[in-house]
Design a protein around this ligand. Structure first.
Ligand code: SAH
Length: 461
């Protein structure tokens, strides 16, 4: 029996929360309205019913983790859910300009931070590999700028199916792949432009530094520009990490769990824990909302990124839909480009929750500086999306291609579409924003650091 069930209290149905206003309640945070024929007993549902029967109700975080990434039946593990035929579409799949501008961002940061002799680009949750592919095209086009720079690509991906698609996108089967299922580096290859690429299931397994020799003190290596920078990229990755959900009640905060509906044996429903649960420590003392979602896994990843960036330099660029600590109930499902009841037919739909950027900022604090979140529209404008669109339009005579470019631009930039829903957030070494003058001899002077592209207008130096 679970700790909660042992506590002996009674599980309350989450329907009790209906009196407390919650954003999107009814639309997303609901179950029970679907007719039985729309609630097929999927293999994942059967697995969850067994699990709950034997160990008691599960947290929303455990539910998300099982449904999305269970190695045998997880939604992400064996399917390609992206694109028109799938369940949702993402910015890199909509327009090549998106990835190209992100490629320019990394080059701009690489230049601003001293043009290290080597860097590694690490993408978390790379989907079909389209974004890294577009970034690498920019790196090739700007080869004269990056010449002599040693680059490698590292992809953190749990999905077997998607990792195969990524390999195809990036290598075009020009070089054979090396596979090693049991190893932390489960696949290795060479991209079509000749850059080594490796796949991992966990960020922890990605090398911390692209240069092997860590013997020299960090300051000396920074001065000599021999420290291998790492650039981290996460696009629509944090929103699929498991969240815990909490509801404020007259008795205090109570965690939302998932249980079997006593009325229908193969149906799930939300319940509130009868007493406080350990995960409650994640709630801020001065929290004013009545419903919160917390993603501890995101906190762990941000702390790891912050520690790495503070150690070796580099940057992390995170783009996702989300809020700055203001939204409440955002847990929802998508299937076939439509909203989907999160408790129905688990394993057949994507599950997601908005990213709380205020939480990410808190988790990074002290080690590195953070910028954002700023709206996608602002970020892309600052990166020169209008100029890039014009160049591509001028180059393309075919009306259907021009139409596609314009539609893609509208989707990315329109405030009613992705322009205001998506945000950019960055982690950077403290000295990148504030300079290193405090560490320098008083007689030495250093120009103030250049603005960070995207968060201000792009300016090549
Ligand atoms: N970044 C891509 C795909 C977004 S979908 C794009 O924008 O098009 C989420 C991606 O994260 C998928 O590649 C999925 O397989 C991967 N993913 C989900 N959970 C993960 C986890 N815990 N660790 C690593 N990758 C994960």
């Amino acid at each position: 029996m679970s700790v909660l069930a042992q506590a002996g209290g009674r599980w309350r149905s989450a329907a009790a929360r209906a009196v407390i206003p919650c954003l999107w309640r009814g639309k997303y945070f609901c179950s029970g309205k679907e007719p039985v024929e729309n609630n097929p007993v999927t293999p994942m549902l059967r697995h969850l019913l067994y699990k709950i029967k034997s160990t008691g109700p599960i947290t929303v975080a455990e539910y998300m983790k099982e449904v999305l990434t269970n190695p045998a039946k997880g939604y992400y593990v064996y399917r390609d859910m992206l694109g028109e035929q799938g369940d949702f579409i993402t910015s890199p799949e909509i327009s090549q300009i998106f990835g190209e501008l992100l490629g320019v961002w990394f080059i701009s940061e690489w230049m601003a931070s001293g043009k290290s002799a080597a860097f590694q680009l690490v993408e978390l949750g790379p989907g079909r590999g389209t974004l890294t592919g577009d970034i690498l095209r920019v790196f090739s086009q700007l080869g004269s700028v990056l010449k002599n720079c040693d680059m490698s690509i590292h992809l953190v991906e749990v999905s077997q199916k998607l990792s195969e698609i990524q390999a195809l996108t990036l290598t075009e089967e020009k070089f054979p792949l090396e596979r090693s299922a049991g190893s932390p580096v489960y696949m290795k290859g060479i991209t079509k432009s000749g850059i080594p690429v490796s796949w991992y299931r966990d960020l922890q397994d990605v090398p911390k530094d692209s240069t092997a020799d860590e013997a020299a003190p960090r300051q000396q290596r920074l001065e000599e520009a021999v420290l291998g920078y790492s650039f981290y990229l996460a696009h629509e990755f944090f929103d699929v990490l498991p969240v815990h959900k909490f509801q404020k009640t007259p008795q205090g905060w109570r965690e939302v769990f998932i249980d079997i509906d006593p009325q229908v044996s193969d149906k799930l429903r939300f319940v509130l824990a009868p007493c406080a649960t350990p995960a409650e420590v994640f709630i801020q003392h001065d929290e004013t909302r009545d419903h919160v979602e917390v993603c501890p896994e995101a906190g762990v990843i941000i702390q790891e990124l912050a520690q790495r960036i503070a150690l070796t330099g580099g940057a992390a660029l995170i783009a996702d839909y989300g809020h700055d600590g203001t939204k409440t109930d955002t847990f929802r499902g998508f299937c076939g480009h439509k909203l989907h009841d999160v408790l129905i037919a688990p394993g057949t739909a994507d599950l997601t929750a908005d990213v709380d950027f205020s939480y990410l900022r808190r988790m990074a604090q002290g080690r590195v500086a953070s910028l954002g979140p700023i709206k996608q529209q602002t970020f892309l404008k600052n990166m020169g999306i209008d100029v890039r669109l014009k160049v591509l339009l001028d180059k393309s005579a075919e009306p259907s291609l021009r139409q596609q470019l314009l539609q893609g631009y509208d989707m990315l930039m329109n405030p009613k579409k992705m322009g205001e829903r998506f945000n950019f957030f960055a982690l950077l070494p403290q000295e990148r924003l504030h300079g290193r003058s405090h560490q320098m001899n008083a007689r030495q002077s250093e120009p103030s650091p250049s603005p960070v592209a995207g968060f201000s207008e792009l300016a090549w130096q």
